[in-house]
Design a protein around this ligand. Structure first.
Ligand code: TNX
Length: 536
């Protein structure tokens, strides 16, 4: 009994306060430092947002939108170069007091809230944290007093979305961008082309719009013979260049870089359906109506393939100011190249060893072209086969090995291993879980992923630029379905990408998630999936 009593007292004295100290009502991703300062701020019915010098009003657009959704409260402003003392919420830049790029401090005082950013991104992220601290009562919005100092662990914090397997309208993409920004994700990898649909307008090639953007059937299954419904109408769509520009501008205002992916040499069936001369056999081809890997890919022996892809890039580049262009490179069967006279001639003429080196030749040519336009390439880890081209960044998806190999060769890498961060995979073993991709990545698995592996030395680890989760859309036919599949796991990814390794704590994350209001206030269809439920 004595021992039990002592244990109880020790628990009260040390363990519980320890826990209480880490646990906060809910900033996700967990900030570097967050401390209660025992005050509370209550927004008056009319409040003023003041912007210090150098801060554009676009930084507060989402904050104002959020406030307007949750409460009938009228804020005036934002006022540029306003007076600090006259502002309820004051935003300012001070790269000296917070030295990390994208970093910020947030101080909630009894009479005012102050956000200080290293840069505009920092100010913006401070506002995202503030949104998460709002205590929205019936007649008032209160903010508990916290002092936060925060900055990201990784410079590259990515989310991918496949719009080829299912098409999402521009408005859905904008809402998606808002959600990425709310969780401090700064890169949107937009998977725009694949076998099942080409989704970006290229004016020089009108058949990409009339043929490649559509397929014959509305499909949900994986294999040709799995349950799918043919309703007689073509399925598809594409983004006009004006829509793309608008989306990129929208993302930029939210401090998100959009990286377009134009897939090559594989996953090219939709393009071949319109321009069959770009395939080894000349077709005819059809935009795919089921999922998988297809043998028909761009012909690597045909000069016209390169002319086509370069012309495509000539229209893509002006739309996307990103340093990186993603050129795909994954899952390219070499079957057709093996029997294609033009491909075999290319192998001979270029003194290549085999079809793997032919793929490397293909990527290398496109890399040179993109470098000549001032851009760098990213490719899936299969671009390591047959030798990495000089400046390529590797996106490691089949495992972590590709990223590790790239870092050891002093190439930048982004970790996105399917085993941990594929959000198209099942998130629970619940019988009611909707049809999903073939793997199993529950919330805890995403959360506990650590991008820097022990195989890398400190020097090599610097080449791991960050982490990304992927959202392949084979089983996500609508924004609501996509939300159900991607949330809350995307929040776990955000914490992997942003928060310091040593502050990660899954139990604490789950608590913050339970009290987390923004997803419901924004009407997001998030799955109520916690590991306790799924593991039982
Ligand atoms: C593999 S990940 C693919 C995609 C599929 C995905 C399904 C990668 C680079 N390629 O084409 O959609 O698996 O999880």
């Amino acid at each position: 009994r004595f021992i039990k009593t002592i244990a109880f007292i020790l628990c009260i004295a040390f363990v519980l306060p320890g826990k209480a100290q880490i646990y906060t009502e809910g900033v996700i991703p967990q900030p570097v430092k967050i401390k209660s300062n025992n005050s509370t701020y209550a927004f008056p019915r009319e409040f003023v947002i003041g912007l210090g010098p150098g801060i554009k009003a676009s930084n507060v657009t989402f904050f104002r939108h959020y406030i307007s959704l949750v409460r009938d409260i009228h804020e005036t402003g934002p006022f540029v170069n306003h007076k600090m003392a006259a502002s309820n919420l004051w935003l300012q830049l001070d790269p000296k007091s917070i030295s990390q790029p994208e970093g910020y401090t947030l101080v909630v005082k009894p009479h005012q809230i102050i956000i200080t950013g290293h840069d505009e991104a920092g100010v913006f992220y401070g506002l995202q944290s503030l949104i998460q601290l709002l205590d929205i009562g019936k007649d008032k919005i209160r903010v508990k007093g916290y002092t936060i100092t925060d900055y990201p662990r990784f410079a590259y914090r990515g989310m991918h979305l496949d719009v080829s397997r299912h098409f999402f309208k521009p408005d859905a993409i904008k809402q998606w961008i808002d959600l990425l920004a709310l969780y401090k994700i700064n890169t949107f990898h937009w998977h725009l082309t694949d076998d099942q649909g080409w989704r970006i307008e290229i004016k020089k090639y009108p058949l990409l719009q009339s043929i490649s953007a559509y397929r014959d059937e509305t499909i949900i299954g994986h294999k040709k013979d799995s349950p799918h419904k043919f309703d007689g109408t073509r399925y598809g769509g594409y983004y006009t260049q004006d829509e793309v520009k608008e989306i990129v501008k929208y993302a930029t205002q939210r401090h998100i870089t959009v990286i377009p992916e134009i897939e090559m040499p594989g996953h090219a069936l939709a393009a071949l359906a319109a321009y069959p001369q770009l395939g080894c056999t000349g077709g005819p081809y059809k935009t795919a109506t089921y999922w998988g890997i297809f043998d028909d890919v761009y012909c690597a022996g045909n000069e016209e393939t390169f002319t086509f892809l370069q012309n495509v890039m000539d229209e893509v580049l002006p739309l996307f100011p990103s340093k990186y262009i993603h050129i795909g490179g994954d899952e390219c069967p070499k079957t057709k190249w093996k029997t294609c006279p033009k491909c075999q001639k290319r192998i001979k003429d270029e003194h290549l060893k085999d079809e793997k080196e032919l793929q490397s030749y293909f990527i290398g040519r496109m890399e040179k072209y993109l470098n000549s336009k001032g851009r760098q390439i990213i490719g899936w880890d299969e671009i390591l086969e047959g030798g990495l081209t000089p400046g390529a960044t590797v996106m490691s998806w089949t495992g972590e090995e590709g990223g590790i190999a790239a870092a050891k060769q002093h190439h930048d890498a982004i970790m996105t291993p399917e085993k941990y961060v594929y959000l198209d995979y099942y998130q629970s073993l619940y019988p009611a879980e909707p049809l999903a991709g073939g793997g199993y990545t529950p919330l805890s698995k995403v959360y506990n992923y650590e991008p820097i592996t022990a195989e890398l030395s400190g020097e090599e680890a610097k080449y791991i630029k960050g982490v990304q989760a992927n959202a392949w859309s084979e089983y996500m036919a609508s924004p609501a379905q996509a939300e159900r599949q991607l949330f809350p796991r995307m929040l776990a990814l955000a914490e992997v990408a942003w928060s310091p390794k040593q502050s990660k704590n899954y139990d604490d994350f789950l608590k913050r998630l339970r009290y987390h209001q923004p997803l419901s206030n924004l009407n997001i269809n998030a799955a109520e999936v916690f590991d306790e439920i799924t593991d039982s």
